[in-house]
Design a protein around this ligand. Structure first.
Ligand code: 13P
Length: 253
């Protein structure tokens, strides 16, 4: 199956304003015209429109980092799927572990946000992943399966439009990357789970790996058969490092 790799940079709460525009321009210069890979940048909300402007005319696409499931309303501090689309986003990250752990997001909330994004025509990157305690208790597959089950029927409404990111919580920002075998085992299990809903869904859904992806470990992870790209945190804040990860995508080497 030819799933064009997706390399997404999650800038988290870094690089707003002018610094974000500069980084986006540097990414465009470094890898904005590469074919055979989809490059996505996810800046903070305040930098979205400026980053969309900075990448215009290149192949680089832009994602929000979160959304509210309602289209509009009295929800101070929130941003909706139509607003992200209006700002020029094509993608949105949903259910990142930082949102689940620090902001109380539940499986049900992740499902609602995924449904809202899909309905609006915004491509969701929905995150799943186990904590260190869950891995050590041998519960990794149980946890990621439960998280996936919450939104799989939403993805099945438009197979291939939504993307999953497996981000083991213990590997995020820690420098402890999952080895290629560890990543492949979980990605394969997730794909099997997708196939129990719908064989085509399993075939066309991208499953990205996230958690301490760096230029020196990217090619090992990205060459796993069920790893279809990466969701990159820290290394996406440096255009040179991010470009090296983009260049490590299998279709690029
Ligand atoms: P790091 O690459 O900094 O570990 O972050 C991963 C992540 O959370 C991407 O969403």
């Amino acid at each position: 199956m030819n799933r064009t790799p997706i390399i997404a940079g999650n800038w988290k709460m870094y690089k707003g304003g002018a610094a974000g525009v500069e980084l986006a321009r540097d990414v465009v210069r470094a890898c904005g015209d590469l074919a055979g890979v989809t490059v996505v940048l996810s800046p903070p909300f305040t930098a979205l429109a400026a980053v969309v402007h900075a990448v215009a005319g290149s192949r680089v696409e832009v994602a929000g980092q979160n959304l509210h499931p309602k289209a509009e309303g009295a929800f101070t501090g929130e941003v909706s799927a139509p607003m992200l689309l209006d700002a020029g986003c094509k993608w949105v990250i949903i259910g990142h572990s930082e949102r689940r752990q620090l902001f109380g997001e539940t499986d049900q909330g992740v499902r609602e946000k995924t449904a809202a994004a899909m309905a609006a025509g915004l491509r969701p990157i929905v995150c799943v992943g186990e904590t260190l305690a869950e891995r050590e208790a041998g519960r990794t597959l149980e946890v990621v399966s439960r998280q996936l089950d919450a939104f799989v029927s939403v993805l099945a409404e438009r197979p291939g439009f939504g993307t999953i990111a497996y981000e083991p919580v213990w590997a995020i920002g820690t420098g402890k990357v999952a080895g290629p075998e560890q990543a492949q085992e979980v990605h394969q299990a997730l794909r099997q789970r997708l196939s129990s809903t719908d064989a085509k869904l399993a075939h066309v859904t991208h499953i990205l790996y996230g958690g301490s992806v760096k230029p020196d470990n990217a090619s090992g992870l990205l060459s796993c058969p069920d790893v279809d790209g990466a969701l990159v945190g820290g290394a996406s804040l440096d255009a040179g490092s991010f470009a090296k990860i983009v260049e490590a995508s299998p279709s690029r080497v």
